[in-house]
Design a binder for this molecule. Structure first.
Ligand SMILES: Cc1ncc(COP(=O)(O)O)c(C=O)c1O
Length: 424
């Protein structure tokens, strides 16, 4: 990965001096030069690794190049970068204190706000990352039932802990022994996996829709969601909704509220504090005692600034009609992109909710055309991803949208040229 991260000297596709220099320094002191989902290694060479700043729906890399942001930091930015109300709330709390001997009063205020905002929630706990939240949900489900087995959808991402990381290096079979699998939207496969787990089934974990990286997205079939709810009620297993990626992007409540399916436990992070580090576990009253019985904690889990940021974020989401704005901007982006592809006779799959779309090219199994598209888009000033769903923030203006669509048009032209055998 290190070699991948350092473009060949003199590459005319990478004019960014500072980025190149930072990659070289990072390669010496950071394993692999960079790791995790933000590694630019697997991305086309044109992508910067290091970023400097952001405002609204625009971001700048360390060399000062500006982009319209369609990744939103992989989900945390929901109101736009540097939202004034959120940043003011964080600064005000930071002026008092952040990390103390006990939580600030914002912890209680935020728990009350979440309980008032999310239908299934009677209580809230906090942590830092989405992985913390999904893992805590499983621990609570096990403490509640005294059972062990957890079912997840094949290919779904629930975090980077040994029980759920997609890469098996360093993971033991014991870490996975209590994990079973089903296929998303396939109730028969869940029923079969539940039967195999038998009386040891503690929980079924599910994401609001199928958003596995690199694949066309699939919205949930409401009958599947209802079926999961019934299966959990019949078996006594907990229904855990992993709302880490979708939470507060699709609905101001848990993401299955619009289809009338309420989980027992839900995991949150990413957008909850508009980029400030926070995760939450929300649960129904039935799981309150189990939640109180487990020991989970972290040195920074009770920091007050991110909680103040979350209160301001949730307030702004409501007051500014952010969910509707993201849906409107996403719908306009989809219409523009589909029209551009049709005009060029390119066959695309544009999948997922309007505010969290993903684009692939028909038959492009190795994402080769996706890479050509992304490389041309970033050259034209649009930051999207060839193998991960995109995120649209509520800060997207008509000017941002116009710039994004001008870039996607150039990107489609590059794909067309590649298909016709020309240079891109
Ligand atoms: C659905 C889902 N669950 C859990 C996680 C893990 O969150 P984190 O990276 O904050 O640990 C992610 C992160 O992308 C996610 O998308």
């Amino acid at each position: 990965m290190t070699e991948q991260l350092i473009p060949a000297a003199g590459s005319d596709r990478l004019p960014r001096e500072t980025d190149r220099m930072l990659r070289r320094r990072a390669a010496a002191v950071i394993p692999g030069g960079m790791y995790g989902h933000q590694s630019a290694g697997p991305l086309p060479l044109e992508y910067p690794q290091f970023m400097r700043s952001g405002r609204g729906a625009r971001i700048w890399d360390v060399d000062g190049t500006e982009y319209v942001d369609l990744m939103c930091s992989y989900g945390p930015i929901v109101l736009g970068h540097q939202h004034p109300g959120v940043e003011a709330a964080v600064r005000a709390q930071a002026g008092l204190a952040d990390c103390q001997n006990g939580p600030g009063e914002v912890m209680v205020e935020l728990a009350e706000l979440l309980v008032a905002t999310v239908q299934h929630a009677d209580w809230a706990m906090f942590a830092k990352n989405g992985t913390d939240a999904t893992t805590i949900c499983c621990t609570i489900a096990r403490a509640h039932s005294g059972r062990s087995k957890i079912l997840v959808a094949t290919g779904a991402y629930h975090g980077a802990a040994p029980w759920c990381t997609p890469r098996l290096a360093g993971v033991t079979s014991a870490d996975r022994v209590n994990l079973g699998h089903y296929a998303f939207n396939d109730l028969a496969s869940v029923t079969a996996a539940a039967a195999e787990a038998g009386p040891d089934l503690a929980a079924i974990v599910v994401s609001p829709f199928k958003h596995d990286a690199g694949y066309d997205q699939e919205l949930v079939d409401p009958a599947f969601a209802r079926g999961l709810r019934e299966l959990c009620d019949e078996t006594g297993a907990a229904l855990i909704l992993d709302d880490v990626r979708c939470g507060f992007r699709l609905h101001l409540g848990s993401s299955w509220e619009p289809i009338g399916v309420l989980p027992d436990l839900s995991a949150w992070s990413k957008a909850i504090a508009n980029g400030h580090p926070l995760a939450a576990v929300l649960g129904s009253g039935r799981f309150r005692d189990a939640a109180a019985s487990i020991f989970v904690t972290g040195s920074f889990w009770f920091s007050a600034t991110a909680m103040a940021g979350a209160i301001a974020t949730i307030g702004a989401l409501r007051e500014e009609g952010a969910i509707e704005t993201m849906d409107r901007a996403g719908t306009a982006l989809r219409a523009g992109i589909v029209e551009q592809a049709n005009a060029r006779g390119l066959s695309i799959n544009y999948t997922g909710p309007a505010a969290m779309p993903y684009l692939t090219f028909a038959g492009d199994r190795d994402h080769e055309l996706g890479g050509v598209f992304a490389a041309a888009a970033i050259r034209a000033g649009l930051y999207l991803h060839p193998r991960h769903n995109w995120f649209i923030s509520a800060a997207m203006t008509d000017a941002d949208l116009a710039k994004a669509l001008a870039a996607t048009d150039e990107a489609f032209a590059a794909v067309q040229a590649r298909l016709e055998g020309g240079n891109t």
